[in-house]
Design a protein around this ligand. Structure first.
Ligand SMILES: *Cc1c(COP(=O)(O)O)cnc(C)c1O
Length: 466
């Protein structure tokens, strides 16, 4: 028998896996949630997981591992030195990402710490396609000053530019003219840009950046936390890439950069782990020496052998077209349903979550009353769904003036863990957001009553203004 192959007919993004084991969820009452929220100081980071129904706090370390990864866990070689699993991981990093040298770390920020300390001198300047919280903090602690060189479109939630992660080379050139290339050790490039709403950078832009930085002797350090998701968007949106596989595009991205920091808790489908990857043998030598001070020996870097094995397998699974199509497809499903109800979200829908524009959702709450923080609290109160703030609280304070940084984007992030929740869960999320939208006039904002010095969004506490 024969059928015509019709590649034009739409086929849904349905998951390329089936469920083998389930984890039961707890449903809570309104009173229980109210009590939990007050105890947590209106900060969703301070809620206990047992009080959460659908957890969209983060896609970090929350993925479901495959049966193959779990089988790999049983092959953990828990030797202090020279674990077999390290060599499997090294092979996977070389094969799928193409970097020559691997320094394992306990998670992404461990790698950021090492590369910042190695490359940044006091008074240096580090441009990047928008900041990330831990990345920027490590750059600052090493004596550097971060500069945002992302295109202006990235700061406008309404703008539907297909590559809002792109770098504005004029902004970079202005920095080079002002400070001199010798004060700019590297450009920090994220794929996809988390803080812009999971927005990709194009290969055309990255190529131009490579040319420019080569001319000026500046390195590119790649925050490759979501590189496979970025590659998927390139395949969908960039001319000439529709016929390439995600794996091929991932390699092309990595090949344009000098080294990378990886939070394997995202793309690479593990619950803990990360690494620094480099191409320069001398820099690698220094990094491998430094890792023993802060993380662990250079063949485990803070991870158990079994975690390295699961990561090696997860990296291979993460660059499959079928996996990424369903992963991003689920996020787009949620985003499109919210858009159909005119809920203000960042457009286009990003790779790892849907970002609600809290300034538009709560137009009467001024930014110093933490609208996104208040909205995340209200969503939890309504349904037990946990989201997080990405706005003024996350942006922290200005290093010099001590005042709040007032970011243009004031967002609530609904982050989708990989391979964890179903389409029906996404429908419940939509129902809850619509309920809170109907009652938005009751949300008056929050007052911060406790503020930690570093990365305040994790542990700050608030009181309700209503
Ligand atoms: C999560 C994340 C990091 C930090 O990684 P951790 O594993 O949480 O330490 C760095 N950059 C980006 C873009 C991230 O999303």
């Amino acid at each position: 028998m024969d059928l015509k192959v019709n590649t034009h007919r739409h086929r849904s993004w349905a998951e390329p896996w089936r469920v083998k084991m389930v984890e039961l969820l707890k449903m809570t009452t309104y009173e229980e949630r109210k009590k939990a929220l007050v105890e947590a100081g209106y900060n969703t980071f301070l809620l206990r997981s047992r009080d959460v129904y659908i957890d969209l706090l983060t896609d970090s370390g929350t993925s479901a591992m495959s049966d193959r990864q779990w089988a790999g866990m049983m092959l953990g070689d828990e030797a202090y030195a020279g674990s077999e699993n390290f060599y499997h991981l090294e092979e996977a990093v070389k094969k799928y990402y193409g970097y020559k040298y691997l320094v394992p770390t306990h998670q992404g920020r461990g790698a950021e710490h090492i590369i910042s300390k190695l490359l940044i001198k006091q008074g240096d300047h580090v441009p990047g396609n928008m900041y990330f919280t831990t990345t920027r903090l490590h750059q600052e602690l090493a004596g550097g000053t971060f500069h945002d060189i992302i295109i202006d479109e990235a700061h406008d939630p309404e703008n539907e530019h297909p590559f809002k992660g792109n770098v504005d080379l004029n902004k970079l050139d202005a920095l080079v003219k002002e400070y001199g290339a010798h004060r700019i050790p590297y450009v920090s490039i994220a794929t996809t840009v988390n803080m812009a709403g999971g927005q990709p950078i194009s290969l055309a832009n990255l190529r131009e950046l490579r040319e420019y930085t080569r001319k000026h002797g500046i390195l590119i350090i790649h925050d490759m936390t979501r590189v496979a998701e970025n590659a998927w968007f390139i395949k969908q949106r960039e001319e000439g890439y529709a016929g390439k596989s995600v794996a091929e595009i991932v390699r092309e991205i990595c090949d344009l950069t000098d080294g990378a920091t990886m939070s394997a808790k995202k793309d690479a489908l593990v619950n803990i782990g990360g690494f620094l990857a480099l191409n320069d043998p001398d820099l690698f030598d220094r990094a491998r020496n430094m890792v023993v001070v802060y993380e662990g020996l250079h063949t485990y870097g803070g991870m158990a052998g079994r975690d390295m094995e699961a990561m090696a397998i997860g990296i291979g699974e993460s660059v499959h077209d079928d996996h990424i199509r369903a992963r991003v497809g689920q996020v787009e499903y949620l985003g499109n349903r919210l858009l159909a109800h005119d809920i203000p979200i960042v457009k286009p829908v990003g790779s790892h979550g849907v970002f609600i524009d809290a300034k538009k959702f709560l137009p009467t709450v001024s930014q110093d009353k933490f609208p996104a923080q208040a909205l995340a609290a209200a969503i939890y109160l309504d349904s037990g769904i946990r989201t997080m703030e990405r706005g003024i609280v996350s942006a922290g304070r200005n290093k010099k003036t001590g005042d709040h940084n007032y970011p243009k984007l004031e967002l609530v992030r609904l982050t989708i863990p990989r391979r964890v929740y179903t389409q029906a869960h996404m429908d419940v999320v939509v129902e809850s957001i619509l309920e809170v939208y109907d009652q938005r006039s009751r949300i008056k904002g929050l007052k911060m009553v406790y503020e930690p010095k570093y990365l305040r969004f994790f542990q700050a506490r608030f009181d309700s203004l209503s």
